[in-house]
Design a protein around this ligand. Sequence first.
Ligand code: ZN
Length: 321
Amino acid sequence: MKIPTVTGLMDTSQLGYTLIHEHAVTCCDWSMRMCLRGQFCQEDRLLEMAVIQLKKAKAAGIDTIVDGTPINLGRDIRLIRQASERSGVRVIVSTGFYHQEDPWLTWKPREEIYGYLANECEHGVEETDILPGILKCAVDHLGLTDYIIKILGITAEAARTYHLPIFCHTVPELRHGSAILDIMEDHGVALENLIVGHSGDVDDVDYLESLLSRGCYLGMDRFGTVTATPGTTLERRVDTILRLCRDDWADRLLISHDYAPYTGFIPSWREASTDEALEKAVNFTYFEEFAAPMLLEKGLPEETLHKLTHENPRRFFEQRD
Ligand SMILES: [Zn+2]
């Protein structure tokens, strides 16, 4: 089965080692980039940073990354394509909307917002011929507001029309998962086509299994990066995966970091763009370097690890209805 990447169609048999939720180049607001120019970030350096990090990923055996940067999180398709071409890492991109209540969207008619997604899914994103391979939506601290419910509905409709899977950003500490699954189901989305994102941020196995038992996938996708929950250590993330695998859920877990070579809302550009910052241990290779050995050491069979990194992403992309 063929799926789109920034460098053309790819057969799903070529997915290989796949990280399910990353930001290949950046999450970086377009208005800030346009108005503040080099003060906010410099495009050439940004591309260089992404190429350096993606080359490390390639060298560590990572074949494909799924970029989770939607329209209003600063997706820059031209930089993503160049970073992919120069590094050799294949990138699947998203369309959709992040959770902030955007004045540019809040009062827009539903059909018009749907039209934005439909146009990207049919003709390509940002006036290129690159098609998205996944939809992105998000539920954050404000929970399921009317605006978010509207956006989730639009995303679900696009997923059904264009046969695309969905990645939904969540704050698992707030346990919005089952309400999100209800909304998606009400809109006719088969839950095997949905990833409840950032689930690995919590170790509440009862909550996680209540979602898994409904057929969705879970993103164990913030290795090394976001530590919003106090005590979310590498070991705790690893132990949660081990417990879920022991309970027979190894087929439904997807691995990633939610890493961006530059995240526009966290570090200062000046610090993030230094050569030293690029040497930090946290990048696209952190799971392979630190988590995978720990999983094996704690008894995860080699075949199960392969499932998490290779087979599950492939099955997830192949079972689109
Ligand atoms: Zn992300």
